[in-house]
Design a protein around this ligand. Structure first.
Ligand code: ADP
Ligand code: MG
Length: 763
């Protein structure tokens, strides 16, 4: 009989876990009542007591919280607030916590990590970037040491042996990207002893929504230099594309981030390549042309990339610095090199890759924290299995969040922002203007200067000064103009003199593409009960309005400053943001579905690989499939040598096969959108093509490996695989793929999704 409570239980499970969190307040009260007792104990006595507690029970948990509070106060100079204890309790019970900016999540994360470590788990605290991982590990180390727990930290320049030591600690602070690269590298070792990770049970994920959602689709890639020639646009495609004219052969979207060929453009292409079928068998030419055109028309030297030492280096638009660890998708890099007449850099073979969102699945459980989880709680639950709860802030937030204001044009919007800014500035109030790009921040800073006010600009061009700028942003009279980078992880302290003029005033320019981003920016102000104020100004010219509601009505009521007063139209920015949020969520879902089959295949292969890596018997069984390979060297080399050589051959061969399979998947996927034209479901088609290749992959790898073994010459009692032509891969590159390439499939999909989700004309 079906349990009639099932639907109720399901519903309860899907609800945010806030109720459960509230119930833990009694545990916190119990901990508080132990305060005087623990105060009388020495660090050593407290550490011994903590080791004996069972966190599973409410009494044990309360005891741990009391001890952790005392030790944190003594060793890092912060006495955790009751809400911090409550959050710690909830996270130790598996709930991911939303806590506002400045509530002290770093300390909470450390208390959670220590709590899990005391119960025998290894814990990774995954940080959003290197700076934060290093800062937090150093900051919290005295607390861990007082509990006799070891802590390690990994950053990009940590050597392999130092990594191994860091991961061997009970608690390791590591930026998500480095954790991902190490997972990838460990998957490719030829000897189990070369691995650096020692499998962690629990991940505490700081800024969880940024990692899982905003950057969730970003792939981390491990690649080696390819022996085949780099793939770029053939010169002829490059030449043809260089001769095309903007406005005639192609049109660039007003935001200058994407473009499309006009009919005349298609005709010009077809004329240049007589006899080709651009929409059929020769669709690579069309794809190549798109990439070349993208490089030609959208990427600007010294803005999007710089040339240094004969190489084109990408400048990240979000961070505005040269990104050594980011690359464009393969074709685009080559297209720029063709455009600039540089020597083509060697192509790369992708050895393996993993997305930010997928890498956390390597952990037994993941517990997140962030100031913005609740609005995405359903997606976090459904896609990433996170239960989310929220705690009210330690001191009530008194920041005044004013309703958004909409203007007719960008210049009217900016003029109004400047007016608001100078009014506030006159009273000595510090102001933070949040813009959406490096260019926008510089443009606005210029108009601030033109109005005879001094400002600090915080964008990727001067990120080395980030800490100093942020530290000063709460000073009276300070004006800071920033990109979104003044978002997460850093903390603006308000000077006491800035209280009277009303605390930090946040002015947001434009519609931010997600509600969470907007909340993050507002959260820079009003921390720990400080006064504060925030307002977002947008205009009908904003990109998101174009995408979400291109056909809105003309405003009937407009003020002299260009502000739109029609109540219905004023809803437009909020709705556009919702549409954008929805489109990105769909896109993430779609990417996840595309990745699913490939993920399963990878997992199967890794299981097999692990057996070859760790079991001599499995290697022997595989070897015995080929009597020639198995018998040929009998008596000439030891059994140990035979096993070891066969193992190496099998591992390298299966890794290469995977690399080729990935390349195949990528090329299938890049071409797949064209299949929509012939009315096939692209996802089905993608999966069908991947499944088709799969069955032969392992047998082929085994055959190749055993052939190598059979033909390898024997030298000094060893099998010389290299002599038989074994090519060893080198994992020279570890990088993330930038999202700023717009001719990509993701963008096209996003565009299509926007179309599906647009508003009815009624706006
Ligand atoms: P979040 O990550 O939640 O935004 P942080 O962990 O960066 O916050 O902490 C913000 C600031 O609050 C830091 O300067 C920290 O020193 C301070 N802080 C955190 N917890 C406490 C506490 N219990 N007592 C005093 N200061 C605290
Ligand atoms: Mg933080």
């Amino acid at each position: 009989m079906r349990d009639w409570l099932e639907p109720v239980r399901e519903w309860l499970n899907r609800r945010p876990a806030t109720v459960e969190v509230a119930r833990l307040s009694s545990v916190v009260r119990a901990a508080e009542s132990l305060g005087d007792d623990v105060h009388a104990w020495s660090d050593d006595e407290l550490a011994s007591a903590a080791q004996k507690l069972s966190m599973e029970t409410r009494v044990g948990l309360a005891g741990y919280l009391a001890i952790a509070r005392e030790l944190a106060a003594r060793n890092v100079g912060m006495r955790p607030f009751a809400v911090q204890l409550q959050a710690t309790a909830a996270m130790l019970r598996g709930v991911s916590m939303e806590m506002d900016t400045g509530e002290g999540k770093t300390l909470v994360g450390a208390m959670v990590a220590a709590g899990f470590a005391l119960s025998g788990n290894t814990v990774h605290v995954l940080g959003a970037n290197e700076y934060l991982a290093r800062r937090d590990a150093d900051w919290m180390a005295p607390f861990f040491h007082s509990l006799r727990l070891s802590v390690g930290v990994v950053t990009a320049d940590t050597t392999r042996s130092a990594r191994r030591r860091a991961y061997a600690a009970e608690i390791t602070y590591v930026p998500v990207s480095e954790a991902g690269f190490d997972i990838l590298r460990d998957r490719l070792v030829l000897d189990a002893g070369e691995r650096v990770r020692s499998g962690a049970h629990i991940a505490i994920l700081d800024e969880a929504d940024a990692v899982l959602l905003d950057e969730g689709r970003v792939p981390l890639v491990l690649a080696g230099e390819s022996e085949t020639a780099p793939e770029g646009p053939t010169t002829s495609v490059g030449e043809v594309v260089a001769s095309l004219e903007e406005g005639r052969h192609y049109e660039v979207h007003p935001d200058r981030r994407s473009l499309h060929l006009t009919d005349e453009g298609f005709v010009a292409l077809e004329d240049s390549f007589p006899g080709v079928d651009l929409f059929g068998d020769d669709h690579e030419i069309l794809a190549e042309a798109h990439v070349a055109l993208h490089a030609e028309a959208l990427l600007v030297r010294d803005v999007d990339y710089v040339i240094r030492g004969g190489r084109a280096w990408l400048v990240s638009s979000a961070r505005g610095r040269i990104e050594q660890l980011q690359r464009w998708p393969e074709g685009l890099q080559a297209a720029i090199e063709v455009k600039e007449g540089l020597t083509l850099s060697p192509g790369l073979d992708v050895l393996d890759q993993i997305t930010m969102a997928d890498l956390v699945e390597e952990y037994g459980s993941v517990i997140g924290m962030s100031a913005t989880l609740m609005t995405a709680s359903q997606e976090l639950q459904e896609s990433h299995n996170l239960r989310v709860g929220r705690l009210p802030p330690n001191a009530p937030c008194v920041r005044d969040d004013e309703p958004g204001r909409l203007f007719r044009t960008t210049s009217e919007r900016d003029a109004a922002a400047l007016q608001l800014l100078s009014d506030a500035h006159a009273t000595g109030q510090p102001v933070l203007v949040a813009t959406q790009s490096v260019a926008m921040s510089e443009l606005f800073a210029a108009s601030v200067a033109a109005a005879d006010m001094a400002s600090e600009v915080l964008n990727a061009r001067n990120d080395e000064r980030e800490a100093t700028i942020i530290a000063g942003a709460g000073e009276p009279g300070r004006i800071t103009v920033s990109t979104q980078m003044a978002g997460r992880g850093t903390d603006i302290h308000l000077r006491p003199e800035s209280q009277a003029p009303g605390g930090l005033f946040i002015i947001g320019l434009g519609i931010f593409p997600s509600r969470r981003l907007e909340q993050q920016i507002r959260g820079r102000s009003g921390r720990q009960g400080d006064p504060g104020r925030s307002v977002f100004l947008s205009s009908l010219d904003d990109e998101l309005i174009h995408q979400a509601a291109p056909a809105h009505r003309q405003p009937a009521q407009v003020s002299v400053t260009g502000e739109i007063l029609d109540p219905r139209l004023c809803q437009l920015p909020a709705h556009a943001q919702q549409v954008s949020d929805g489109a990105h969520e769909s896109l993430r879902g779609l990417t996840q579905r595309y990745g699913r089959l490939l993920g399963l295949q990878r997992r199967k292969l890794l299981t097999l690989r692990e057996e070859w890596l760790t079991s001599d018997a499995t290697v022997m069984t595989t070897l015995s499939r080929d009597p020639e390979a198995a018998g040929k060297h009998r008596g000439l080399v030891s059994e140990l040598e035979l096993i070891s050589a066969t193992r190496t051959a099998l591992l390298i061969s299966v890794d290469r096969a995977w690399s080729e399979h990935l390349a195949h998947a990528t090329s299938v996927r890049e071409g797949i959108h064209l299949r929509v034209l012939v009315k096939e479901d692209p996802l089905d088609e993608f999966n069908r093509l991947l499944a088709q290749e799969w069955p032969s992959l392992v047998p082929r790898s085994i055959a190749t490996a055993l052939h190598l073994v059979a033909t390898a010459p024997v030298r000094d009692g060893r099998l010389d695989l290299d002599g038989a032509g074994l090519r060893r891969p080198s994992a020279t590159w570890a990088y993330t793929v930038t999202d700023n390439s717009l001719g990509t499939e993701a963008e096209r999909l996003a565009k299509a999704l926007f179309k599906d989700l647009q508003f009815p004309r009624y706006f």
